[in-house]
Design a protein around this ligand. Structure first.
Ligand SMILES: [Zn+2]
Length: 458
């Protein structure tokens, strides 16, 4: 394969590169100095491809699918948010789950994967729920989707307990369901995920964590928690992130688990309330444990769910809405923790909006995190690309998005530059407006290109 005349953002925009790839290895890379004046448009950019480290494959587009009423494709239109509260989202999603059909799960899942492919996603961790309501249908559908899309996107299936597994009347049944699935479909499952905060007591949450750690080690799986999804002051309720690290150490994850398996902790909005010293202590604790712990910030969901004003409070300030999301760039830059960014949900009660575009997510990160430097832009890009891949235990080519001769070729994202936009002029003749050119990570994060300018080179 020959790739000609592309800008590699890690190597500046004054040269374009010709690459040759054979047998899956980059054989040659030659710079070609180009003159902007000669070129109709700047060469296209060649970027590391995008990755969803955390996305729910069974519940996208519940609110936006606009299905009619048919036995195969249920109507969900009565489940749109009214208050937008967390309780309502959980309850409406439970109602939606009762209506799932194999056809509906496949259609919405394939729409999510096709959208990701158009946006430049080549790998993802897909969460599928297993409980007494869904049964194994989301899992068997995910296995079919993984197979049908295997030439386009690398899919890690995460068997996920969204519901309680150690409390409530269905806890035991839910746990039995996921345990059976882990045994019966082990060849297809890469990760185990649970949600300790949905248990009805602290004790049950801790049992959930202990069980998840033991079960992931037993089945040789990556581990993934939805955790600390609140903004409670840490001195009122201790974040359970500490309990996860305790459990991993107690059960000797570092010695017993497969070295390539990672632990990802998602949401963790409560950690945004930690004082500087506590953040530093947490970072030290993780570092000294030598555990492969990664945080994934899910800001589009967190911003919708967290930080809502409380009208019953005497200090009620209706317009005071803290961001209430993990500060991913600072965790990486200031505390040397490992973290990345995920979309989580699209078009459902937890996150009714968005396109699921990782580049759009990185772009929103500029405002959400007040991260506006050129270096921040590259960091935000890494969080939806190679940083996300590393978090879910996938191979990465380099630490900074660079490629070099001898590297194994990994599918990459090409972003084209347009020469101009042709509009209708006042005189009726065409009026050409030169298009702004994208030449760096900064240019695609600050101003994400339309999907029609993006393509994957395999
Ligand atoms: Zn999630």
């Amino acid at each position: 394969m020959k790739i000609e005349g592309v800008i590699l953002p890690t190597r500046g925009h004054n040269a374009s590169w010709n690459l040759e790839v054979s047998d899956g290895i980059i054989r040659t890379m030659e710079p070609v100095t180009h003159q902007h004046a000669d070129a109709a448009a700047t060469p296209s950019l060649l970027l590391p491809a995008l990755c969803h480290p955390h996305i729910h494959l069974d519940k996208p587009y519940i609110l936006t699918c606009n299905h009619g009423t048919s036995p195969d494709h249920p109507d969900y239109s009565d489940l749109a948010p009214r208050t937008g509260s967390f309780g309502e989202a959980l309850s409406n999603t439970s109602k939606a789950k009762e209506r799932y059909t194999a056809e509906d799960l496949y259609l919405r899942g394939s729409q999510l994967l096709a959208t990701g492919h158009r946006q430049g996603v080549t790998s993802l961790r897909a969460f599928v729920e297993l409980d007494h309501v869904t049964g194994i249908q989301p899992l068997t559908t995910a296995i079919k989707l993984k197979d049908d899309f295997s030439h386009l996107v690398e899919i890690q299936i995460c068997a996920f307990a969204q519901d309680p597994i150690f409390s409530t009347q269905h806890g035991e049944e839910n746990r039995a369901m996921i345990s059976a699935a882990l045994a019966d479909y082990s060849a297809h499952i890469s990760a185990l995920g649970t949600t300790p905060y949905v248990e009805d007591s602290v004790d049950a949450s801790l049992r959930n964590i202990e069980w998840a750690v033991a079960t992931a080690i037993h089945h040789d799986l990556h581990l993934d928690f939805h955790l600390d999804y609140n903004l409670t002051a840490p001195d009122t309720t201790k974040p359970q992130t500490y309990s996860v690290i305790d459990a991993l150490e107690r059960q000797e994850w570092a010695d017993k688990a497969n070295r390539s398996n990672t632990i990802v902790i998602g949401h963790c909005t409560q950690l945004s309330n930690l004082a500087a010293a506590d953040l530093a202590n947490l970072a030290d604790r993780i570092k000294s444990s030598k555990l492969p712990v990664f945080f994934v910030g899910l800001p589009t969901s967190d911003l919708f769910m967290m930080g809502r004003p409380d009208p019953s409070s005497p200090q009620h300030r209706p317009h005071h809405r803290p961001r209430g999301t993990l500060h991913v760039p600072s965790l990486i830059k200031d505390y040397s923790m490992s973290a990345c960014l995920g979309v989580n949900n699209v078009g459902n009660a937890f996150t009714p909006y968005g396109t699921g575009d990782p580049l759009q997510l990185a772009s929103w990160g500029v405002g959400i995190y007040q991260a506006g430097t050129v270096e921040d832009a590259q960091l935000l890009f890494s969080c939806v690309s190679w940083g996300a891949r590393r978090a879910i235990g996938l191979e990465v080519t380099s630490d900074n998005g660079d490629i070099k001769v001898g590297d194994r070729w990994q599918a990459m994202l090409r972003v084209e530059n347009e020469q101009c936009w042709s509009l209708e002029g006042r005189s009726g003749r065409a009026m050409d407006v030169p298009a702004r050119q994208r030449m760096s990570f900064r240019d695609v994060v600050w101003d994400p290109p339309d999907v029609h300018l993006r393509s994957i080179i395999r």
